[in-house]
Write a protein that binds this ligand. Structure first.
Ligand SMILES: NC(=O)c1ccc[n+]([C@@H]2O[C@H](COP(=O)([O-])OP(=O)(O)OC[C@H]3O[C@@H](n4cnc5c(N)ncnc54)[C@H](OP(=O)(O)O)[C@@H]3O)[C@@H](O)[C@H]2O)c1
Length: 388
């Protein structure tokens, strides 16, 4: 059995940190919760791929796991979990029945841990899927169905490719759902160009890139000047969320509604992507156009929403919740790397040793884009020229 180094989160560390901050989750230092250890991987079975991880992106579920703010997932997983569900790797060897990959291939992962009868995930890999081991590790063994060939010629560099395996399929699914639902209500001949809004964050950025690529008006409401600037250079209109005090009270939401009316000729937003909830939710709800759709797969600032059902009925609004793409949907999203998806990457590429710090900085919301962790010091020949 191969041995590797892998980061883990233990219920013990979660409890220790919780005790240190006296139960105040706002004071939790995520870096104190995630720990590097030695892990024995399973033997490579006939359908398995053995790979070394080259780079991985920081994902928010680590934050949720460390804070135990949704569920105490480390505890639910028997006291310990190995996170990491978005990575680029190089195949070291394959099992006897593997047909899609061979030694030396560069691959990306998806995190659909267990598809339901329609392909949508019942559980997420390296989060709540039992026995799943994640990819914040030097090496990993995964089944062939969980990998996609990396689109090395898509025009993105290695770090940009590493930013996408989880966020791009999420955005792709949200977009096809939001647009599909809207089109049940309003046909293309009735309204060809839609107003589409997303609130800060990597998934929303990609969602807006899809909308823009299909000819719609896209608006990015974020508190980060660096992220707004990156999207503005792609023709996506930036709205400074801090100008509206991150919607701290009703007056801020009203002012935001007024601004959106101005930006959209009084019409409002036909599709809104809200991955954050919390104070962002009433703002997204308020600016919805008639027949509007509000899509989400997130819960960063709160898990519970409420709304005026009468207003929603009168405006014929639809609130939709998704989780993650099907494996074929992940393949389709990968086709759009570089053509549509051009992620903003945080200015520092973190070393493997600095992974805990990268998560604390993500928690503090001080990063200028999606955080990437370089796991392998030596890269395959095909990637050496693709790091800047
Ligand atoms: N179900 C799924 O498949 C799935 C997949 C990916 C993510 N998610 C969830 O979606 C959420 C966002 O993930 P992401 O990957 O898009 O995020 P991300 O790239 O890590 O960005 C997080 C964003 O949160 C915003 N933020 C942080 N604190 C805030 C505050 N106090 N008020 C307003 N905005 C704040 C920041 O926006 P500013 O630019 O405004 O500062 C930041 O850009 C997370 O909860 C994550 O777990 C779910």
């Amino acid at each position: 059995m191969p041995k590797t180094q892998a980061y883990f989160i233990s219920a013990e560390n979660v409890a220790k940190e919780n005790a240190r901050v006296g139960g105040d989750v706002h004071k939790v230092n995520v870096a104190n919760v995630i720990e590097l250890g030695e892990l024995e991987l399973r033997d490579v079975g006939p359908k398995d791929v053995y790979m070394r991880i080259l780079a991985a992106s920081g994902e928010h579920n680590i934050d949720h796991a460390a804070m135990a703010d949704t569920v105490n997932i480390a505890e639910a997983r028997g006291g310990k979990m190995y996170p990491g569900n978005s990575a680029v790797g190089e195949v070291l060897s394959v099992g006897s029945e593997v047909t899609k990959f061979k030694e030396g291939d560069v691959v990306i992962t998806h995190c659909n841990g267990e598809p339901d009868e329609y392909g949508y995930p019942l559980r997420i890999w390296a989060y709540d899927q039992p026995d799943s081991i994640g990819w914040y590790s030097k090496e990993a063994v995964v089944e062939e169905w969980q990998l996609v060939k990396a689109p090395l010629d898509c025009g993105l560099n290695l770090w940009e490719i590493a930013a996408l395996p989880l966020r791009a399929p999420t955005a792709y699914h949200l977009w096809r759902r939001g647009l599909g639902i809207y089109r049940i209500k309003v046909s293309r001949e009735q309204k060809a160009i839609l107003n589409v809004l997303g609130f800060g964050g990597g998934v929303s950025e990609l969602f807006l890139q899809l909308a823009k690529a299909e000819g719609h008006n896209a608006f990015f409401c974020s508190g980060s000047p660096a992220r707004r600037e990156a999207l503005e250079s792609q023709g996506i209109v930036g709205i400074d969320q801090k100008q509206f005090n991150r919607f701290a009270d009703k007056g801020d939401v009203k002012a935001f509604s007024k601004e959106v009316k101005k930006l959209t000729g009084g019409e409002g937003m036909h599709i809104v992507c809200d991955m954050l909830r919390g104070p962002v939710w009433p703002a997204g709800f308020a600016v919805a156009a008639r027949q509007g759709v509000n899509v989400s797969a997130g819960w960063q600032l709160s898990q519970v929403i409420d709304y005026n059902s009468t207003i929603a009925s009168v405006k014929q609004l639809t609130i939709d919740h998704t989780h993650y793409e099907t494996p074929p949907g992940c393949d389709a999203a990968t086709e759009l790397y570089g053509r549509v998806f051009r992620p903003t990457v945080h200015s520092e590429i973190y070393a493997f040793e600095d992974l805990p710090r990268s998560f604390e900085e993500m928690h503090q919301n001080t990063q200028t884009g999606i955080p990437i962790i370089r796991v392998a010091k030596d890269l395959p020949e095909s990637l050496k020229s693709r790091t800047d």
